[in-house]
Ligand binder design. Structure first.
Ligand code: TRP
Ligand code: SF4
Length: 404
């Protein structure tokens, strides 16, 4: 795999927090389901990460991992389309984490915005550990292991991703340098054959001398299609384009998707810890009960009182679930008090249940036969491991501990 393929690769992970809810679906999973058909996707359960904030309570991690994966399969992630695995089943994550930890300056970690926040806010947990401080390095290992070019994350994770990029850059800077880099690069160019070599040289010159980024893309595409370059030489030539050394670990980018914020039934953000969720695969009558009890614009005390949809979490759900006609019907009916809140909630209950029906159906076979889930994870983890081993071999060679 070379830096160019990294553009085709997506990786993301979630901690095993147990059964998921419709907020997870609209915030992330729905997007993953799309991405699996467009990219070479790696999705994993981040069980090592769960330990960074919760090493004291591990009794649920395995059950939660199972539940998480059943939810993933239920919403349509498919082991045929994406590599689905468990982090701890690919021990190379720990090994790469260790190697990256050697070059990561401690102040970079202390500066991560969520670090101090969480130290202050997760008061009852012991976060004074080495593992918690190093958690972004573990995340860097997760991503860089697969040379993922794109990482779908929420806004709160953008700072982490910037740190991952810095760690990759620093690693490449330190270990991508080799004695006589230029000579090796020139030799690699010669290997490409006359015409590609000429095009490469010209594009490199245009980029280095005039900052012509189109020339850079052209040269990268040219390298991607060369059949007779070894991985090492390809990396050298990617690195040579931009001046420095070899690019061993390509820098990932955040794949930000505008995901709607799903309110919980109490109007706050939907979250397990607030106990205000509508779970994935929730049975239709529970969905109905929960939505019926959902808080609305407090100004609508009686049916005759007009309301304001913009002050109502139920209307936020309409924004997620309803078409324009239904939204107009709800908003007009609310402002003119021509419909009641129970009427307003009706189409939502139907829409949520319609969305969930195929999830419930798909999950059934997995709930009835847990071994199917285990097989998905064993096979996914083995496939991930092969990729991981390849990266680690190169990383160790670059560091100087290949012992070949
Ligand atoms: N940090 C993420 C979370 O806490 C999970 C995660 C771990 C992750 N490694 C990752 C997400 C790599 C994206 C890429 O939910
Ligand atoms: Fe909310 Fe609908 Fe009731 Fe208006 S009518 S307050 S939008 S539930």
């Amino acid at each position: 795999m070379s830096s160019s393929d990294s553009d085709q690769r997506v990786l993301s992970g979630m901690r095993p927090t147990g059964r998921m809810h419709i907020g997870h679906y609209h915030g992330a999973l729905k997007n993953w389901v799309q991405l699996q058909h467009q990219y070479d996707c790696y999705f994993f359960v981040a069980d090592f990460h769960a330990l960074t904030t919760g090493y004291q309570d591990t009794e649920n991690i395995e059950q939660f991992t199972f539940d998480t994966v059943v939810d993933w399969l239920a919403v349509g992630l498919s082991p045929g389309a994406a590599t689905i695995f468990v982090q701890s089943k690919v021990p190379e994550h720990a090994e790469l984490h260790l190697l990256l930890s050697m070059i990561t300056p401690v102040p970079w970690l202390e500066r991560v915005p969520t670090y101090k926040d969480q130290l202050a806010n997760l008061g009852d947990r012991d976060l004074g550990t080495y593992g918690f401080l190093g958690y972004p390095v573990l995340q860097a290992a997760d991503i860089l292991m697969y040379r993922a070019g794109h990482v779908p994350v929420g806004g709160d994770q953008v700072a982490h991703l910037e740190l991952v990029r810095e760690i990759a850059r620093r690693f490449n800077h330190i270990f991508g340098r080799e004695p006589q880099f230029e000579m090796h690069a020139e030799r690699a160019i010669a290997q490409m054959g006359k015409r590609p070599a000429r095009l490469y040289r010209q594009a490199r010159k245009d980029y280095l001398e005039r900052g012509d980024t189109e020339a850079l893309s052209r040269a990268q595409a040219l390298l991607a299609e060369q059949q007779n370059l070894s991985i090492g030489n390809r990396e050298r030539l990617f690195g040579y384009l931009e001046g420095g050394g070899r690019i061993i670990l390509p820098e990932p980018q955040a794949l930000l998707t505008e995901a709607p914020q799903v309110p919980g039934v109490d109007g706050r953000k939907m979250s397990k810890s607030y106990n205000n969720t509508i779970r994935l695969r929730e049975s239709p009558d529970v969905v109905e009960q929960k939505v019926r009890k959902m808080v609305t614009d407090p100004a609508r005390v009686r049916r005759e009182d007009p309301g304001d949809p913009n002050k109502c979490p139920v209307f936020e759900l309409h924004e997620v679930y309803s078409d324009d006609d239904t939204k107009t019907w709800a908003a007009d009916g609310c402002r003119g008090a021509s419909i009641g809140c129970i009427d307003c909630k009706g189409p939502l209950i139907d829409a949520i249940n319609r969305e969930q029906a195929p999830f419930i159906e798909r999950a059934e076979q997995f709930e009835n036969n847990p071994d199917l889930v285990r097989t998905v994870l064993i096979e996914g983890s083995e496939a991930a491991r092969e990729e991981a081993r390849e990266t680690l071999e190169e990383v160790k060679a670059a560091v100087g501990i290949a012992h070949r």
